[in-house]
Design a protein around this ligand. Structure first.
Ligand SMILES: [Fe+2]
Length: 287
């Protein structure tokens, strides 16, 4: 399937809010106190939705306090958009309630699946890129968007394998998916780089094939170098080739809000701020 990138105009059924600008940071519990007491100069926070689905408790208390001073993007892992299980209405209802509570600018999840027969896995499992799978995922995204009453962003994965049954590369699958589902993209630049090295393609070609108007958020993170592949651990500073690819992404997509993801060996607040500052500097150059 070939898609004309210029024909991928966005249907404005819903309007995305626009408070989120510049570099943001993934909110992690060890930094709650620092943020509340010092009110650091961060543009916005990205929050793992699934961690705040309870009706009360300390995490939600901190989140609501932080929300008073900062815009929020909700990023989830549990939609399981590629699964053949029915959509999890309990999950979506909890997400909708959380969204009503914190009024996020953006809501996102992943291009993957994590559940089978109601059992949830701890990993995001990659999809086989075919027309049939595209139809299936697009249909589920449309249902989710109708349920939430807003468009969502889909994040590109970092798969460690490719499937012989796939009939198209990931970027072509994404082109078709955003058109069918009328959704947006959260482009993870680190994932593109890790995927390109592990699966042997040109990451710039990937960027060139992503429709510009759809990219509303980007991610930066650090991978781990293993013997013969890269592992997407989110446990290191952003590596130089990913910064380089990020600059190419900014040149193509403009100053898209970008968050720093750090999930393993979470460092001090100052280290995270330094990473966000680097991104902010590059964002200002293209803005
Ligand atoms: Fe990411």
């Amino acid at each position: 399937m070939k898609t004309d990138l210029e024909s991928l105009e966005v249907c404005q059924k819903w309007q995305l809010p626009t408070a989120i600008k510049g570099a943001g940071i993934g909110l992690r519990s060890r930094h709650y106190q620092d943020i509340i007491t010092k009110k650091p100069e961060v543009n916005w926070f990205e929050v793992i939705s699934d961690n705040y689905f309870c009706a009360g408790g300390l995490p939600l208390f901190y989140l609501e306090k932080i929300r008073q001073d900062y815009p929020i993007s909700l990023h989830g892992v549990g939609m399981s958009l590629g699964s053949t299980d029915p959509l999890n209405l309990d999950y979506l209802t909890r997400l909708k309630k959380l969204a009503a509570r914190v009024e996020p600018d953006l809501i996102s999840d992943h291009l993957s699946w994590i559940s089978v027969n109601g059992h949830y896995l701890n990993d995001l499992i990659p999809l086989i890129y075919t027309e049939k799978v595209m139809e299936h995922v697009a249909d589920r995204i449309l249902q989710v968007q109708e349920f939430l009453g807003r468009q969502i962003l889909i994040e590109n994965p970092s798969p460690y394998l490719s499937f012989t049954d796939a009939t198209m590369p990931e970027w072509e699958f994404i082109q078709g998916l955003v058109k069918k589902a009328d959704c947006y993209l959260l482009l993870d630049v680190n994932n593109i780089y890790v995927n390109a090295v592990n699966n042997g393609f040109d990451p710039l070609k990937y960027l060139d094939n992503i429709p510009k108007a759809r990219v509303k958020e980007m991610h930066l993170a650090g991978y781990e170098e293993r013997e013969n592949y890269l592992l997407d651990t989110h446990g290191y500073p952003v590596h130089p080739p990913v910064w380089e690819l990020y600059q190419a992404a900014l040149a193509r997509f403009g100053a898209v809000p970008t968050s720093i993801e750090w999930d393993a060996d979470i460092p001090s607040w100052e280290v995270l701020m330094a990473e966000a500052f680097k991104a902010e500097k590059l964002l200002k150059e293209v803005a």
